[in-house]
Design a protein around this ligand. Structure first.
Ligand SMILES: Nc1ncnc2c1ncn2[C@@H]1O[C@H](COP(=O)(O)OP(=O)(O)O)[C@@H](O)[C@H]1O
Ligand SMILES: [Mg+2]
Length: 234
């Protein structure tokens, strides 16, 4: 589904991502881990067009993504959520979910029903007419995922979805990710919550200073001395 090869991103003299290559196959979850500043968010920003990559190639279903703007990448079928959720605070949950489909051809009543069905799936239907600012941070992150789902993307980039989220809500989040995967969605999951990353990911990539230092399944990563050193020191 996604083929990243020799991706490079620098900010002046700072090289944030160095000749990084990886694939995301159909129906799969790629876990992307690494200490703060290792380049995880930058990779996501390059994929969805917020940053213009300095070099390399990012192919989504064989189409080159580099050079396209964020809304064009979204239209190709890549959705993403943010480390700090970016909802419209003074819009209701349903209104927030309708934002991506403003101007879409569907009937408003159909779109509202679609938004309400998504909210019901994660038990937020009862809050559909509340302002987004009334939600907890974790609920806002969940609503951000639902907002992405309104456009029915095939690849979803999740940046730290579990950080600061109540454990009960994390469980809802994880169930939702697994459900969406069964429905044919793929994910890139950036998280410091190792238990969730190990549980959800088909393949894990460990970044350090913009480079892959290890990759493999959960068992391989857990026992890799280079990974332990990068996270805990020698
Ligand atoms: N817009 C930017 N301008 C300058 N430096 C940036 C910018 N975005 C990220 N960086 C730098 O790139 C490196 C990787 O950052 P980031 O991708 O946010 O790491 P992570 O998400 O793994 O914590 C860091 O050194 C960070 O300071
Ligand atoms: Mg980050």
């Amino acid at each position: 589904m996604l083929e990243v090869s020799n991706l490079h991103k620098s900010f002046g003299g700072l090289v944030a991502v160095k000749s990084l290559s990886f694939n995301v196959p159909d129906d799969s979850i790629l876990g992307l881990i690494g200490v703060n500043g290792s380049g995880k968010t930058t990779v996501m920003n390059c994929i969805n067009g917020i940053y213009h990559a300095s070099g390399g190639s990012i192919r989504f279903k064989s189409e080159e993504v580099i050079g396209r703007r964020a809304h064009e990448v979204t239209r190709l079928g890549i959705g993403r959520t943010f480390q700090v959720p970016r909802l419209f605070r003074r819009l209701t949950l349903v209104e927030n979910l309708l934002v991506p489909v403003l101007g879409a051809s569907g009937r408003t009543s159909t779109l509202v029903a679609q938004a309400e069905a998504l909210l019901a799936e994660v038990d937020l239907y009862r809050l559909r007419d509340n302002y987004a600012e009334e939600l907890s941070g974790g609920q806002q992150k969940l609503v951000e995922l639902l907002r992405v789902m309104m456009l029915d993307p095939t690849l979803i980039l999740l940046d730290e979805p579990f950080a600061g989220v109540h454990p009960n809500l994390c469980r809802v989040f994880i169930d939702q990710i697994m459900k969406l995967k069964q429905r044919g969605k793929s994910f890139i999951l950036v998280s410091h919550d190792m238990t969730s990353v190990y549980r959800l990911s088909d393949h894990i990539l460990v970044l350090n200073q913009g480079e892959t230092i290890a990759e493999g399944d959960a068992a391989a990563i857990q026992n890799n001395p280079a990974v332990v050193e990068a996270f805990l020191g020698r």
